[in-house]
Design a protein around this ligand. Structure first.
Ligand SMILES: Nc1ncnc2c1ncn2[C@@H]1O[C@H](COP(=O)(O)OP(=O)(O)OP(=O)(O)O)[C@@H](O)[C@H]1O
Ligand SMILES: O=c1ccn([C@@H]2O[C@H](COP(=O)(O)O)[C@@H](O)[C@H]2O)c(=O)[nH]1
Length: 240
C-alpha cells in the first residue's frame, strides 16, 4: 500500500511566471500540461486540490503603475491575466480526465462560474479540482493573498506555493548565491526577517488561520506529489 498522504485538502498556488516556460511571455501549453499532470497525481492519491494561479506571465498591475499609469486599472488587467491562466489549466486537466471547474472572483458568466465559498466547498467535496480565478477580486492584492484567503475559506490543511525556487532562503537566492535554504521556519520568522517569498498579507493570513505554507519548485516534475508523500524538497512554514 502506498503511504497515506499527510493532507486531505490543499490549496496550490501555482506560479504564473512559470507558465511562460522559455518563451519570456504568455503560456507554454507543455508547462501547463505538466502542472496538470502533477495535480492529477495528487488527486489519484485522494488529496482534494484547490488551485490559485498567478498572472505574472502576462501582466502585473505594478508594471502600469511604475510607468505612471493607473494602478487600479493595471490590477484589473492583472486579475484578468489570472483568468486566462485558469482557463488554460482547466483545459489541460480536463484533457487528462480530471474534473475541474473555474470559479472567478470577478463575474464573467460566459467564461466560468462566479466564486462563492459554498459552491467551492461543494465542488471540492465532490472531488473536483477547483481553480480560483481573478485573485481576490480587489486591486492592491496579489494572488499569494488570494491563495491564503481561499485556503482559509475551503479549510485547506496546507497552502502549497509552487514557485521558481525550491524553498525559503535567508535571502533571495536569485540575487544572493550564498543564501541558505530553510527546511522549516515559522510564519513569524518569515515576517520578522522580511523574507519576501510571499507578500506579508498572505503570510499573516495563513498564520492567523494556522495554515502551514509549503514552498517548493514548480519546475520539479512530480514535486507536488513527492511532498504529499513526505519525500520532496521544500521549506515548511509553520508555527509548530
Ligand atoms: N527569502 C527568499 N527565499 C526564497 N525566494 C525569495 C526570497 N526572497 C525573494 N524571493 C523570490 O521570490 C520569488 C517568488 O516570488 P513570486 O511570488 O513573485 O513569484 P511566482 O511564484 O513566480 O509568482 P507569480 O504567480 O506572481 O508569477 C522567487 O522566485 C525568489 O526569487
Ligand atoms: O487579488 C488580486 C490578485 C492579483 N491582482 C493583480 O493581478 C496581478 C497578477 O497576480 P500576481 O500575484 O502578481 O501573479 C497582480 O500583480 C495584480 O496586479 C490584484 O490586483 N488583486
Amino acid at each position: 500500500m502506498p503511504p497515506k498522504p499527510a493532507f486531505r485538502r490543499v490549496l496550490l498556488k501555482a506560479s504564473g511566471e512559470a507558465l511562460m516556460g522559455e518563451q519570456g511571455f504568455g503560456i507554454d501549453v507543455s508547462v501547463v500540461d505538466r502542472i496538470a499532470a502533477d495535480i492529477k497525481q495528487a488527486r489519484d492519491m485522494g488529496v482534494e486540490v484547490g488551485v490559485v494561479i498567478g498572472g505574472g506571465n502576462i501582466f502585473r498591475g505594478v508594471a502600469v503603475a511604475s510607468k505612471g499609469g493607473d494602478r487600479v486599472t493595471g490590477d484589473h488587467m492583472g486579475m484578468l491575466a489570472t483568468v486566462i491562466n485558469s482557463l488554460a489549466l482547466r483545459t489541460s486537466l480536463v484533457k487528462i480526465g480530471v474534473e475541474a471547474v473555474v470559479l472567478s472572483a470577478i463575474a464573467m458568466p460566459e467564461l466560468c462560474e462566479s466564486f462563492s465559498q459554498r459552491q467551492a466547498t461543494a465542488y471540492m467535496n465532490q472531488g473536483k479540482v477547483v481553480i480560483f480565478a481573478g485573485g481576490t477580486g480587489n486591486p492592491f492584492f496579489t494572488t499569494d493573498s488570494a491563495a491564503a484567503l481561499r485556503a482559509a475559506e475551503i479549510g485547506a490543511d496546507a497552502l502549497f506555493k509552487g514557485t521558481q525556487v525550491d524553498g525559503v532562503y535567508t535571502a533571495d537566492p536569485k540575487k544572493d548565491p550564498a543564501a541558505k535554504r530553510y527546511d522549516r521556519i515559522t510564519h513569524q520568522e518569515v515576517l520578522r526577517n522580511g523574507l519576501s517569498i510571499m507578500d506579508t498579507a498572505a503570510i499573516a493570513l495563513a498564520r492567523e488561520n494556522n495554515i502551514p505554507i509549503i514552498v517548493y519548485s514548480i519546475h520539479e516534475e512530480g514535486g507536488f506529489g513527492a511532498i504529499l508523500r513526505g519525500e520532496g524538497r521544500c521549506t515548511v512554514v509553520s508555527e509548530a
